[in-house]
Design a protein around this ligand. Sequence first.
Ligand code: GDP
Ligand code: MG
Length: 597
Amino acid sequence: TPLENIRNFSIVAHIDHGKSTLADRLIQSTKTVADRDMKEQMLDSMDIERERGITIKAQTVRINYTADDGQDYVLNLIDTPGHVDFAYEVSRSMRAVEGSLLVVDSTQGVEAQTLANVYHAIDADHEIVPVLNKIDLPAADCDRVAEQIEDVIGIDASEAIRVSAKTGIGIKETLEAIVTRLPAPKGSLDAPLKAMLVDSWYDSYLGVIVLVRIMDGQLKKGDRVRMMQNGSVHHVDRIGVFRPAMTEIDVLGPGEIGFLTASIKQVRDTRVGDTITHEKKGTDKALPGFKPAQPVVFCGLFPVDAAEFEDLRDSIEKLALNDASFSFEMETSAALGFGFRCGFLGLLHLEVIRDRIEREYDIDLITTAPSVIYDIHMKDGTVEQLHNPADMPDLTYVDHIEEPRIKATILVPDEYLGDVLKLCQDRRGMQLDLTYAGSRAMVVYDLPLNEVVFDFYDRLKSVTKGYASFDYAMIGYRTDALVKMSILVNDEPVDALSTMVHRDRAETRGRAMVEKLKDLIPRHMFKIPIQAAIGGKVIARETLSAMRKDVTAKCYGGDATRKKKLLEKQKAGKKKMRQFGKVDIPQEAFISALKMD
Ligand code: GDP
Ligand code: MG
């Protein structure tokens, strides 16, 4: 297809504003999929995520469209779920296309993810066409929302398209706008092959499938290609496009988006953002800006049952094969035994992996507190990266500690603003900005990532009854007065409960933790002291009193089956616990103890 007849675009939106529905209508109205094969949410990324695991981030579809000018166009839509954990992947996909449809629900207006996603589009120099969706609803207020787009985002919304993705109003106009308002891609057919690796995922029949955008040159079946990042060479055995089903074709030219397979075994060998060229007569200039996604949140994963350690290793290795941004190394904990210290892009990523291990591999896990990476500046001038509070070096050698910070953007209806400000303040936030857009406030805070990784989002949702939207970006490291707080149960330190906290918050945090643990740990035959300490100094203490009778005592020794049942129950309960010295600590204690109310 000649360049001038190609348009590549993405759709950016806040969740539920109608991105998937609009994609469906575009696919359906152009007969890309026969009506009888049409099912709702053709491109729904979360579904794909569920089916294929978290590794799939971009979905594409190639649409053929005959425009009002009588010409045939190829429209390539790349869809990405705009979750903050995958910001790097989103920004890469954005660089593979020239324009975006900015979908805003005309009954709701601009939300935090609208902003975060549209900034990716602006960074990628996109032409942006605003689309006001859901105009079939009585609450639609297009003028207000158009004005808000101009005020808050600063792009012209005077020619926003008014659409109902549900009923089909404005779909034709949207297709025409893609053709007339978005630029055609640039690229040279004669230049050496330069293709951007947009995404990749594992398919059990075809091996790794690589989504590419051809910048220059041509890619053909049978070509030998080189991944410029690691120099590996592969024989291309298939190329094709998504309609949205995979369809093989013979050649992909400049400006086009499609896939290749090359008997690649591991997703790890195909890094998002890499440049692919021919083995011979290739380019020596890789596309700029390659930076592999780095894990930012770490936690320990341990089997509840120590005998399942090898199964856990197996499951983690399998998951890592298909997820280049998930890292792991073996860890031994005095309290928890053998396990793994794992790195994730964010909390969603952590949850998905943990759930998959529990569900697909049927292993009960103890997850330790998520932690960020601290830079420990030693007195001798060296810097150590601390991934695990348990490894904190002796303070006498430490000069200062730096922690990662984020810039958080929160949009919230007026009436909840006070609660949001309090929450951010409580989490050591520094306000950067506070503006209004209609009846909603936009608050921008500089917050320690450490204070956000655990339950910030849950708290935000609960104090605003779900009306706030939230997004964040990393902004760098800064020094603060951080200390390691240890938890001692029955005078034994439980390393898996160690956390890094700010000195000023340590006491409150420590008090809250020991109180929680007191409720979470069942009573034993003896008294159990539960303490929080910094260095050797105890800052909070509770005592769990001894149990008076054993559970079966009240059965009067008579009913044998009832007694047996009770003992079985007790045993089943025990399985979910770990022994620390003489004390059983239930699995959920490790997470619950850290939640802050
Ligand atoms: P996404 O999260 O942006 O992909 O949003 P979806 O496409 O899944 O849409 C979210 C909800 O809004 C679904 O229940 C849709 O049926 C509904 N929806 C989407 N577009 C429209 C529209 O134009 N009008 C109305 N009334 N509902 C819509
Ligand atoms: Mg969707």
